[in-house]
Design a protein around this ligand. Structure first.
Ligand code: 5GP
Length: 122
């Protein structure tokens, strides 16, 4: 899937749409999810134009990958969820119900996350 520069996170990166920012560096921007599913629900996105982890892992430079992953860990520590625990999640494509076609890692925390996936027939 080609990158759509009109997606909502591209607009947030360009400053065309506001976000509740928690962190920013050369590689990543992190902000609160607009519809939080946990007391801590932060999204971390790379600055580069990548549709999903599939695209990012294939095309991003080593520096972008390292910078992005370091930002995820940094944000989790800054949010204070590194000791109690947290879950990270990245949806890719149809089966995962990815809504926004710009790579984002969800950080969920500050509550018990229960099972890894909802129980459903395989
Ligand atoms: P996905 O299903 O693509 O992994 O998740 C997309 C996430 O983006 C959802 O959790 C949704 O609530 C969040 N989201 C969608 N639009 C906006 C927005 O304009 N601002 C923020 N902060 N989050 C958004």
């Amino acid at each position: 899937m080609p990158y759509d520069d009109q997606n909502i996170f591209a607009k947030i990166l360009r400053g065309e749409i506001p976000c509740n920012k928690v962190y920013e560096d050369d590689f990543a921007l992190a902000f609160h999810d607009i519809n939080p599913l946990a007391p801590c629900h932060v999204l971390v996105i790379p600055k580069g134009a990548y549709v999903s982890l599939d695209d990012f892992s294939d095309k991003a430079t080593d520096a972008e990958i390292a910078g992005f992953i370091r930002a995820v860990g940094h944000v989790a520590r800054e949010q204070g969820v590194h000791e109690s625990g947290y879950r990270i999640l990245a949806n890719h494509g149809r089966d995962a119900h990815q809504e926004v076609p710009h790579l984002h890692i969800h950080i969920f925390g500050k509550r018990d996350m229960k099972g890894m996936l909802a129980k459903a027939p395989a």
